[in-house]
Design a protein around this ligand. Structure first.
Ligand SMILES: *Cc1c(COP(=O)(O)O)cnc(C)c1O
Length: 353
């Protein structure tokens, strides 16, 4: 008998996420050049699912000097993974007194304070230590109202931020209204730096650049705005567990929603909705194989999909790549590009090339 701690054997990763480091760097450079000011990558939610540590390392090599996460727990995890207590991190959800130990351990991190209560908690815990501030200009999510700015006057403000609600919708008039309101915020906070634009906002032009921008989605290959130029970064790869013949007239998968119109060869792959492929993708997702796009056959299951590979060479154990075209899948299936990225599961080995 062995106690569980005696099990030292390893199993190979069943799934691979191919990550294109050159594309990540090229996307970073595109947004930084478009903005013409320093770009602070958003690496929250584990780098939008790609792995925050490796993303941060690569974007630092591409020129980034500060990074944005959501929480102090994310900040600590990232600094630990990179063994860098001095990592310049912005913490978008701000600060509460129970995060004092984390903020002490990360002297180069700054909260992006969102409320007056957060402002006073920070001033009490770390008098004189610089912080950032979020001001709401019309999204009505996080941030002080512009009228509350005088109450934040005692803080050492590094950067004052606001966030655009609808910059991914070209021509939406709210974006220009937010720009006008942000200009008033800038006038009311002289001496601080200012930042407004996310990936989509950068595409609205240099009026939106101010002193820094905060791209996220576009770095990872999402298309935030029709005018953006982004390269694909993420390609999930799965393995063929079984190849089977399905005679004409038989159905495949739960509910029998796919019927073989001819004698078919079906490959069954070890990837499913538990890995981040929502069932709504099934009519739109395809496998890329020898220059062809091969459609799924039937429903996406929890851990499996089936692909019609009739006439194509495929064997059990083969690795196959999904055609993970974020903008097209998002549009066709009505799932946001953000969700498609961040739901990619922990079962993938993340392999940078
Ligand atoms: C996540 C986030 C960003 C990045 O937005 P994208 O749309 O992914 O480019 C920028 N700013 C704030 C405040 C955010 O929360």
């Amino acid at each position: 008998m062995h106690a569980p701690s005696d099990i030292t054997a390893d199993a190979p990763a069943a799934l691979r996420l191919r990550l294109d480091g050159d594309a990540l760097a090229a996307n970073y450079r595109w947004f930084a050049q478009k903005a013409g000011v320093p770009a602070i990558p958003a690496v929250k939610a584990d780098g939008y699912g790609l792995g925050a540590a490796e993303v941060t390392r690569r974007l630092e090599a591409a020129g980034a000097t500060a990074f944005a996460v959501s929480t102090w727990a994310e900040a600590l995890a990232l600094a630990r993974a990179l063994r860098r207590a001095d990592l310049p991190l912005l913490v978008l959800h701000g600060f509460t007194a129970d995060c004092t130990a984390a903020a002490t351990a990360l002297p180069a991190a700054r909260p992006v304070l969102d409320t007056l209560a957060q402002c006073s908690a920070w001033a009490t815990a770390f008098p004189g230590r610089p912080a950032d501030l979020m001001v709401d200009t019309g999204m009505n999510r996080l941030g002080l109202a512009p009228a509350e700015l005088p109450a934040a006057a005692g803080l050492m403000l590094d950067t004052v931020h606001s966030h655009l609600a609808s910059a991914d919708i070209p021509e939406d008039p709210i974006t220009e209204r937010q720009l006008d309101r942000f200009r008033a915020v800038v006038a009311a906070t002289p001496g601080a730096r200012h930042a407004l634009a996310n990936s989509a906002g950068i595409c609205w032009g240099r009026d939106y650049s101010f002193d820094a921008v905060r791209p996220g989605l576009g770095l990872y290959g999402g298309l935030p705005h029709p005018q953006a130029r982004v390269e694909r970064v993420v390609t999930p790869e799965a393995r063929v567990v079984q190849v089977r013949r399905v005679p004409a007239g038989e159905t495949v998968g739960y509910g029998g929603t796919w019927t073989a119109g001819r004698d078919s060869r079906i490959a069954v792959l070890n990837i499913g909705y538990a890995d981040g492929l929502p069932r709504s993708l099934q009519a739109h997702l395809a496998i890329r194989h020898d220059g062809h796009r091969l459609p799924l056959a039937g429903r996406i299951s929890m851990d499996l999909i089936a692909v019609d590979m009739t006439g194509h060479d495929v064997a059990e154990g083969d690795w196959l790549a999904l055609d993970f075209d974020l903008p097209a899948l998002s549009e066709a299936a009505g799932v946001s590009q953000y969700e498609l990225l961040v739901h990619l599961s922990g079962r993938f080995a993340r392999l940078w090339t």
